[in-house]
Design a protein around this ligand. Structure first.
Ligand code: DSN
Length: 399
């Protein structure tokens, strides 16, 4: 390859990353509920020397003195934040957590119950993902589409009849907490897991549900959705026997090298949540409720009869084709969503927006979806709003 071609690739790479940074952090209004802003200080840990190093459980490497301290601190902070006895911060993602839990505790042919993917269950742990890869039998919770939740009584009957080896509560579309204890038969002996990927930040803030005290023995999830850390995963438990089984499989079976820079960044984000989590989670939920009720005059929102939402998610009620059209239209206006359509309030809350801004956003969404204003005018309003919130809240002052 010629030098000039390499230089051109370098230029292209720099350009794409810089343009992405400006577009997604400055210009656009991000309503994807599985994303968030990590604070500048959290992000600064990601580019430290920790990213260059190894440290493994078998102590094969020297030079790990401080990386080991970082891990010990991470575990200590995670246990405090989630009020539990055991924490593992090594998983590289929420999906890796599912792999670790399934591969440690289940055998081929075992049954696992999850939320149905067609109703917003996480596809990665369903028959579309890990199920067939690990030769598991996938069963699904009976689900009430109107309430966007599992049906406790029917779930109890399913668990009684099938006696599955594992039940995984939680979902990617999760406007409401699950009634865990009401769904579990008294004599159910399977593993009870909560995939809190979407709601880890709300759980940390004490504002959603508390799975480890509601009947689950494992809480797992990703660390970058409502929990505003770097991308990664985390496993938490109060059960020593279960945790030991998991621990035995993580290294060297599923996660070899741990990304220590990520663990340091996660620890900082968890400290932010220890200090500001309650305020943050309270405002996220207030914002979701405000956004949903303001939208509902003109835009189809699910679960009106149930107060719309108790999480960071507001779920719109359009068919697949229309949802894709809307998501594309909104992207054109610098409003970023998925094609679910789920609207998430975690990132805009972190930027400091409150109920008043939710009314403005609802107005922009309604104008866009119903074609009540020109694209140019809506885009300008989006840019005005994002420029008014250049910073980030719920973090420590650097003064
Ligand atoms: N990517 C996540 C979501 O958007 O819900 C699932 O891990």
């Amino acid at each position: 390859m010629k030098d000039s071609e390499i230089v051109s690739y370098v230029r292209e790479l720099r350009h794409s990353v810089k343009a992405h940074e400006k577009w997604r952090t400055k210009t656009t209004l991000n309503l994807i509920p599985s994303e968030n802003f990590a604070s500048e200080e959290t992000r600064s840990f990601l580019s430290t020397d920790l990213s260059n190093r190894y440290s493994a459980r078998d102590h094969f490497y020297r030079g790990t003195r401080y990386a080991d301290e970082v891990e010990a601190l991470a575990i200590e902070v995670a246990k405090k934040l989630y009020r539990c006895k055991f924490a593992d911060v090594r998983p590289l993602s929420g999906h890796t957590c599912s792999m670790i839990v399934f591969m440690s505790l289940l055998r081929p042919g075992n049954k696992v119950v999850t939320c149905p993917p067609e109703h917003g269950g996480y596809p990665g742990s369903s028959k579309l993902g890990l199920g067939p890869l690990l030769s598991l039998q996938n069963l699904y919770f009976p689900y009430d589409q109107t309430k966007m939740n599992i049906i406790p009584k029917a779930t109890k009957s399913l668990l009684d009849a099938e006696n599955p080896e594992m039940t995984v509560f939680g979902s990617s579309f999760i406007p409401f907490p699950y009634k865990i204890s009401e769904s579990l038969p008294v004599d159910y002996r399977g593993f009870r897991v909560y995939d809190g990927s979407h709601v880890m930040g709300l759980i940390a803030g004490g504002k959603f549900q508390d799975p480890l005290r509601e009947g689950c023995s494992i809480l797992m999830g990703s660390t970058h959705k409502s929990l505003f850390g770097p991308q990664g995963g985390m496993l938490l438990s109060n059960d020593q026997e279960i945790f030991s089984k998991i621990d035995a499989k993580v290294y060297p079976g599923i996660v070899d090298n741990i990304h220590w820079n990520r663990v340091a960044a996660l620890t900082f984000a968890m400290l932010e949540l220890l200090k500001f989590g309650r305020q943050y989670a309270t405002q996220v939920i207030r914002n979701s409720k405000a956004l949903a009720s303001a939208l509902d005059d003109d835009v189809e929102v699910k679960c009106k009869d149930y107060g719309y939402t108790e999480s960071h998610q507001v779920i719109l009620d359009y068919d697949e084709k229309k949802s894709v059209e809307i998501a594309n239209l909104l992207q054109d206006l610098d409003i970023i969503t998925d094609i679910g359509i789920r609207l998430g309030t975690a990132e805009i809350t972190r930027r400091g927006m409150k109920e008043n801004e939710m009314l403005q956003i609802a107005d922009m969404l309604s104008d866009a979806i119903n074609g009540k204003s020109s694209k140019e005018r809506i885009r300008k309003r989006v840019h005005r709003l994002t420029s008014e919130f250049p910073g980030l809240e719920y973090t420590f002052s650097r003064d």
